[in-house]
Design a protein around this ligand. Structure first.
Ligand code: KMH
Ligand code: ZN
Length: 270
C-alpha cells in the first residue's frame, strides 16, 4: 500500500470564528496553519481565501499572498479551491487557477448543500477543467454523489482531464451522499483503474471515514473546513491537532505518512 497522503482543509468558505475560534483567516494565519499541519504530517493543504472580515473571496491577489506565505514556510502542496462559496460566479471561482498552483479542486456536479444549492453546471465545469489542463494544474475531482464519477469518465474521453485521476469523496453534506462506510465502499468500487482517492468526511464522519480510508488504501482529508470538533462536544484546538491524530492512527496501522515530495510522486506532480 502507498504511504498516506493527508490533506488539511484549513479554512473553507462557510466556517466562522464564532464556530471555531482557531479558524485561520488571513494569509499569514493560513500559512502558519499550513506549516503546523505539514509538521504534523499533511502533504497537501486545501485553501480558501477570506477577506480580513472573514467573508469568503476568490480574489486572485489574496490567493497569491497565501501561496507565497506558505512557500516561505514549507514545501507542502498547495491546492486552491475553485468551489469557493455558494452563490459565487464561475468567473470568480476560477480566478486562483491562473496563478498556476500545483493543484485545484474541480467540482464534478451540482449538489444540494444544506439549505442552499452548490451549482456546478457541466458546461461551466468543463471550462474549469480545460483551464486547469491548460495551466498545468492537477485537478482533485470533488465527488459529492455517485453519478459524478461518470462525468469524470466523459471528460477523460474528451481530453479535459488527463492521466490518472485523483478523486475526493466528500461525504456527509446534507443533500449529498451520506457519510457512511457503505457509501465510501460503493464509490471506491466504481473507480477507474490507476486512480487515487481521498475522503473528506463531514462533521462526525471525518474520523471514522478517515480511518476506513487508511485501511482501504485511500487517502484522508481532515481540517476545519469539514469538521471543527476533536470529538463530540469538544472543539479541536487547531487544524494540526486533527492532522496529528490521523497521522498517529495511520502509523499505528502500519501505514507511514507521505512527505510532500512523496505525495507529488504519487499524484504525478513531478
Ligand atoms: N464551499 C463549498 C460550497 C471546493 O473547495 O472545491 C464548496 C467547496 C468545494 O468548498
Ligand atoms: Zn473547499
Amino acid at each position: 500500500m502507498d504511504k498516506l497522503i493527508i490533506t488539511a482543509a484549513l479554512t473553507g468558505a462557510e466556517v466562522t470564528r464564532a464556530q471555531q475560534p482557531a479558524l485561520p483567516i488571513t494569509p499569514e494565519e493560513i500559512a502558519d496553519a499550513a506549516y503546523e499541519c505539514a509538521r504534523a504530517g499533511a502533504s497537501i493543504v486545501h485553501v480558501h481565501a477570506r477577506w480580513p472580515d472573514g467573508t469568503p473571496t476568490q480574489d486572485k491577489e489574496t490567493y497569491g499572498q497565501i501561496i507565497a506565505a506558505v512557500r516561505a514556510r514549507c514545501d507542502v502542496i498547495v491546492q486552491v479551491s475553485t468551489g469557493g462559496a455558494v452563490g459565487m460566479t464561475p468567473q470568480e471561482r476560477l480566478a486562483p487557477v491562473t496563478l498556476k498552483p500545483e493543484m485545484a479542486t474541480l467540482s464534478m456536479g451540482t449538489v444540494n448543500f444544506g439549505g442552499d444549492v452548490f451549482m456546478n453546471h457541466p458546461a461551466e465545469m468543463e471550462i474549469f477543467a480545460a483551464a486547469m489542463r491548460d495551466h498545468g494544474v492537477k485537478p482533485e475531482l470533488e465527488i459529492f454523489d455517485s453519478g459524478m464519477l461518470t462525468t469524470a469518465q466523459r471528460w477523460l474521453k474528451k481530453g479535459l482531464i488527463q492521466g490518472p485521476q485523483h478523486f475526493d469523496f466528500v461525504l456527509g453534506i446534507p443533500g449529498g451522499m451520506a457519510g457512511t462506510p457503505e457509501a465510501l465502499m460503493y464509490l471506491r468500487s466504481q473507480l477507474p483503474a490507476q486512480s487515487t482517492w481521498t475522503v473528506a468526511g463531514i462533521g462526525p464522519a471525518q474520523l471514522p471515514l478517515g480511518t476506513l480510508a487508511i485501511v482501504l488504501g485511500g487517502h484522508v482529508r481532515v481540517g476545519f473546513e469539514d469538521n471543527v470538533y476533536y470529538r463530540k462536544g469538544e472543539l479541536a484546538t487547531s487544524n494540526a491537532q486533527l492532522v496529528a491524530r490521523i497521522a498517529r492512527i495511520s502509523r499505528e496501522l502500519d501505514r507511514p505518512v507521505a512527505t510532500p515530495d512523496e505525495a507529488r510522486a504519487m499524484l504525478g506532480l513531478i
